[in-house]
Design a binder for this molecule. Structure first.
Ligand SMILES: Nc1nc2c(c(=O)[nH]1)N[C@H]1C(S)=C(S)[C@@H](COP(=O)(O)O)O[C@H]1N2
Ligand SMILES: [Mo]
Length: 242
């Protein structure tokens, strides 16, 4: 049986983190660019791999067994836009960790990082500490409806205190690690170098440069990326506001 979700909120749109500006609407945005949202298999499940005694999968129905939470939060893209007052509903990641992953851990492992992979190939990294923050959710619903393809169907990570790229959509796999994975080294990966913590209030916008320095460069990426991502939208086509 599913009990009523507890309700909480983080951020309220009245004050945004440094260097962020409010966006109109909630755009589809991401490294997927113009590619349409990935097809979701009927038997979609979240795979857990890495420092566990044996890899296992959690079908979506398994999430329904865990405590639920409703969370109103803002989403801050590292490029500089913020969508405010999004009402997510799902399972606190800390509950998923405590109930399902922690009991399965390799007893010799000291876990430091988690990798979250999406059906579309997107991958994000978080320290265990950041992932266990109270406000991190495995979200299945947004504003009272199941997630659509644009925003991460059927389930996504939501980590409101970190830049948006940590919040992997279409979550299909969690890897439990004992060290930070090697950063990728392509030219774009170095230009838009991820910060290992990516906390929005500290403006950890870039891995090696001060956040305010990269603001104008990142901001210039918003209109083209937003327009590309709109091309692959799953829902009815809307005018792209800039
Ligand atoms: N699977 C997947 N998750 C992703 C992305 C992506 O391209 N693929 N983009 C990230 C980025 S950069 C941002 S800002 C947010 C945007 O979420 P939205 O498309 O719901 O607005 O999703 C994040 N999660
Ligand atoms: Mo982003």
């Amino acid at each position: 049986m599913t009990s009523a979700p507890t309700v909480s909120s983080v951020g309220h749109g009245l004050r945004l983190p440094p260097g962020q500006r409010p966006v109109t609407g909630f755009p589809r945005f991401g490294t997927h660019l113009h590619h349409p949202p990935p097809a979701v298999p009927a038997d979609h499940a979240i795979e857990v791999r890495g420092a566990v005694r044996a890899g296992f999968t959690v079908p979506l129905a398994g999430l329904a067994q865990l405590p639920r939470r409703e969370l109103t939060a803002d989403l801050h893209c590292v490029a500089g836009w913020s969508a405010v007052d999004l009402r997510w509903e799902g399972v606190p990641f800390a509950s998923f960790w405590r109930e399902l992953i922690a009991p399965a851990l390799d007893p010799d492992a000291t876990v430091s990082h988690l990798v979250f992979r999406g059906l579309d190939g997107h991958r994000s990294v978080a320290t265990l500490e950041d992932a266990l923050d109270d406000d991190v959710l495995l979200a299945e619903n947004l504003d009272g409806r199941p997630l659509d393809g644009d925003h991460g169907a059927p389930v996504r990570l939501v980590s409101p205190r970190q830049y948006g790229y940590v919040s992997t959509k279409h979550l299909r796999r969690i890897e439990v690690l004992t060290a930070r994975p090697e950063p990728r080294t392509s030219l774009t990966d170095r230009l838009i170098e991820e910060h290992p913590r990516a906390r929005v209030w500290e403006e950890e916008r870039h891995g090696s440069l001060p956040g305010p320095w990269v603001r104008p460069f990142y901001r210039a990426l918003i209109p083209p990326i937003r327009a590309l991502c709109a091309l692959g939208r799953s829902g009815p086509r809307e005018a792209v506001e800039q």
